[in-house]
Design a protein around this ligand. Structure first.
Ligand code: AMP
Length: 207
């Protein structure tokens, strides 16, 4: 059976890491608006290019991300959604195009989020995630998986990370509350070790 999973959580909560594991384990499409936008930063839309919003830590306008998701879901059998919806309008749009089997919220304290974001390093070639302190690669700056260069995302500087967390509180925390009110939200302690978080998510997905 294919799954339709939504992972919610603040920037740095571990959505990307856990989504990749879920996609692998259940053979799902990993639908992530952040990666899609990073790959299309300079594409002109009616609302300008994504780059200016992303570099400031602001949200890209709803119509742009809604279109990305609609397209991605139209050819996906099962999927795990990561980084979307981030506004109530996006949540409404999502419910108009698909049903969900599991909605999981990764709960992580704000102080932990800032440390995770500012220490995060990403492989330029394969996208694997590291942390300079909590999950260092064997050789500094080099990806264990593919030997690619590890870089810091432009929006993972302390100032932009804090702005992204403020944007999350204002726009996306209400989305979490929306699913909580609907009675479908499963909260998982996102501060547990990644393997333990994954096991908890699996038990939600398989229940
Ligand atoms: P992420 O990789 O999920 O942290 O996203 C990086 C950036 O892409 C965000 O700070 C936003 O500027 C933009 N972005 C990603 N997903 C969305 C979304 N669902 N709605 C609006 N902007 C988004």
């Amino acid at each position: 059976m294919s799954h339709r999973i939504l992972l919610l959580g603040a920037p740095g909560a571990g959505k990307g890491t856990q989504s990749a594991k879920l996609a692998d384990a259940y053979d799902l499409e990993h639908v992530t608006t952040g990666d899609a936008l990073r790959a299309n930063k300079d594409v002109e839309t009616e609302h300008g290019t994504p780059r200016s919003y992303m570099e400031a830590g602001e949200l890209v306008p709803d119509p742009v991300v809604n279109e990305i998701v609609e397209q991605a879901l139209s050819d996906a059998d099962g999927f795990v959604l990561d980084g979307y919806p981030r506004t109530l309008e996006q949540a409404e749009f999502l419910s108009s195009i698909t049903d969900l089997d599991a909605v999981v919220f990764l709960d992580v304290d704000e102080a932990v989020l800032v440390d995770r974001l500012t220490g995060r390093r990403v492989c330029e070639s394969c996208g694997a995630n590291y942390h300079v302190e909590f999950q260092p690669p064997e050789e500094p700056g080099v990806c264990d998986e593919c030997g690619g260069d590890l870089v810091q995302r432009e929006d993972d500087t302390e100032e932009t990370a804090r702005e992204r967390l403020a944007v999350y509180e204002e726009n996306t925390a209400p989305v979490v509350e929306h699913f909580r009110t609907e009675g479908v939200l499963e909260t998982v302690d996102g501060e547990a070790p990644p393997e333990a978080v994954f096991e908890r998510i699996q038990s939600v997905v398989e229940s």
